[in-house]
Write a protein that binds this ligand. Structure first.
Ligand code: UN1
Length: 512
């Protein structure tokens, strides 16, 4: 079905001894070997040396040197270089998308979609490179001009998660680059190979444009590397995507040195289904949101809050839809759901199932770990559905697996209150054709999430909007709209072109 070696060859990554040599000596570290296994079939696909503290320091020096040059390249020229990166990603879309699917386990369609998301953000960043606008203000003093400019920050550290091994990095890096920053990327230790493949593509473009390769650096390693970035005052901004626990420790370390952080953490996303919903679009949206990516998106649908009058009907339709899900090798386009990332994730899935049962929840689509044959990696699980109460401790918690909760409501106020009554605040949706209901959901007393959709599921956001959420999700915004401002510092400039020195607020300070 797939010759992964051919894909690696095209991405210029060579196979050696069961694993791969990345051929990237200059930025792969000198420490212990980190092995990456595919959850698809359990094969070892990468063996990479992790960064040691010494490697880290070398990388920082290289990045800071590169910043001196990169920040002075005009933004539209930086945009042109990002445009070329987007062109390369178009060329490698199939290969990189396939590698994403193989290393992470998401369906091939979603692997391609992830690379498309990278291409989209490149296009967005190119346009943005000519639109890094500041405002101008009217000064209260005569013959004075006041305006603001946006300048780059310096070195941006990007910590990304396994579930979107390349797209979320690109949201950050493409914007950070057109804004004039240089980037150091710590990819998830579970998906180092896709990160290395990206780095190869980017380096080629940097070389062709004769800009220093320190503009794009990578540090392969575990939690420790993230801690170095968080604690290092030389890192102007740390953008971190991952669990709430990880984000809390990064956020605290960065705040301690009064640095900047941009956090995109867990979600506990709900869809409200009202009696006015068009179920022909609600059902597929729920199933894609909950079972797609094997429930491993931060935007995955975790809870469905259904009106009591249609509850039984929606439940039946969901059971029927789940019976049609095909679970298996994600590289086979006929399958909807691939494996979880690793066996640890399977353990979490099972633990959640136990906790749901212990709390009094009832499974209406049974959980199961699949084994044998195509499932021999031990990472495949069946998407399942349980009837629960919103207040269960386990329901308040984000489990990164395809476990969907059904909850019943009587009136919309109650449904919205339940949707908001979790510690996280990333994505949310309502399915209704009733404008009063949808407007209430979108009003300031409606959904408290960073993303609130009508007749669209919770996952699958486009890059054009700002992406992120509130409460324990961390408050950061990435990708579209004016999220670029997080990667720049604002400078207010007042220029006096007169012959006097009038003071603001009319203060007199006369001297002989
Ligand atoms: C994530 O899971 O961290 O909206 C990002 C979505 C994708 C991005 C998810 N565009 O589901």
């Amino acid at each position: 079905m797939l010759d992964i070696n051919k894909v690696l060859e095209k991405l210029e990554i060579k196979s050696v001894n069961n694993g791969v040599s990345t051929g990237l000596k200059s930025w792969v570290g000198s420490g212990d070997v980190l092995s990456s296994f595919s959850p698809v079939n359990g094969d070892l696909i990468a063996a990479v040396n992790q960064a040691e503290k010494e490697d880290y320091d070398k990388v920082i020096i290289k990045a800071r040197e590169a910043f001196k040059i990169w920040q002075n390249i005009p933004a539209p020229r930086r945009g042109e270089i990002v445009r070329q990166m987007g062109e390369q990603l178009r060329i490698f879309k199939n290969d990189l998308g396939t590698l994403v699917s193989y290393e992470m386990g998401k369906s091939l369609q979603e692997g391609f979609g992830e690379v498309q998301e990278m291409i989209d953000i490149c296009d967005f960043a190119v346009g943005l490179s000519r639109q890094l606008y500041g405002l101008s203000m009217h000064s209260e003093r005569p013959r004075h001009r006041m305006y603001e400019q946006w300048h780059p920050l310096g070195v941006v550290g990007i910590i990304s998660a396994f579930n979107f091994p390349v797209a979320v990095w690109s949201w950050n890096s493409m914007l950070a680059w057109v804004c004039g920053n240089v980037c150091i990327w710590k990819p998830s230790e579970k998906t180092p190979l896709t990160a290395i493949a990206c780095q190869k593509i980017i380096k080629k473009v940097l070389h062709e444009n004769e800009v220093p390769e320190g503009v794009s650096c990578i540090l392969i390693g575990d939690r420790e590397v993230g801690e170095w970035l968080a604690e290092d005052p030389r890192i102007a901004l740390v953008s971190a995507t991952g669990s709430v626990a990880m984000g809390r420790s990064v956020g605290e370390a960065v705040a301690k040195r009064l640095g900047r952080s941009l956090l995109e953490l867990g979600g506990n996303n709900a869809i409200i289904v009202t009696p006015h919903a068009d179920l022909n679009i609600a059902i597929p949206a729920i199933v894609f949101g909950a079972a797609g990516t094997a429930g491993q998106r931060c935007t995955s649908t975790r809870r469905v809050i259904i009106h009591k009058d249609i509850y039984e009907h929606v439940k039946k339709r969901l059971i029927r839809a789940y019976s049609q899900l095909r679970i298996g090798n994600p590289l086979d386009v006929n399958n909807h759901v691939g494996p979880l990332i690793d066996k640890l994730a399977v353990e979490q899935y099972l633990l959640t199932v136990e906790k749901v049962k212990a709390a009094g929840g009832k499974f209406i689509v049974e959980p199961k770990v699949l084994s044998g044959g195509d499932y021999s990696s031990g990472c495949y699980v069946a998407p399942c559905i349980a009837e629960v109460e919103n207040g269960f401790k386990i329901v308040q918690h984000e489990t990164f697996a395809p476990v969907l909760y059904l909850i019943r409501y009587e009136n919309l106020d109650e449904a919205i209150a339940m949707q908001n009554d979790v510690p996280q605040g990333l994505s949310s949706a309502i399915f209704t054709l009733n404008i009063r209901e949808s407007e209430q959901f979108l009003s300031c007393s409606g959904s408290d999430c960073g993303i609130a959709n009508v007749n669209i599921g919770t996952s699958g956001a486009e890059i054009g909007g700002a992406f992120g959420g509130e409460k324990e999700t961390g408050g950061g915004r990435e990708s579209g709209s004016d999220a670029w401002k997080a990667y720049m510092r604002r400078q207010t400039n007042t220029v006096n072109y007169g012959t006097a020195l009038p003071l603001a607020q009319g203060i007199k300070f006369e001297m002989e």
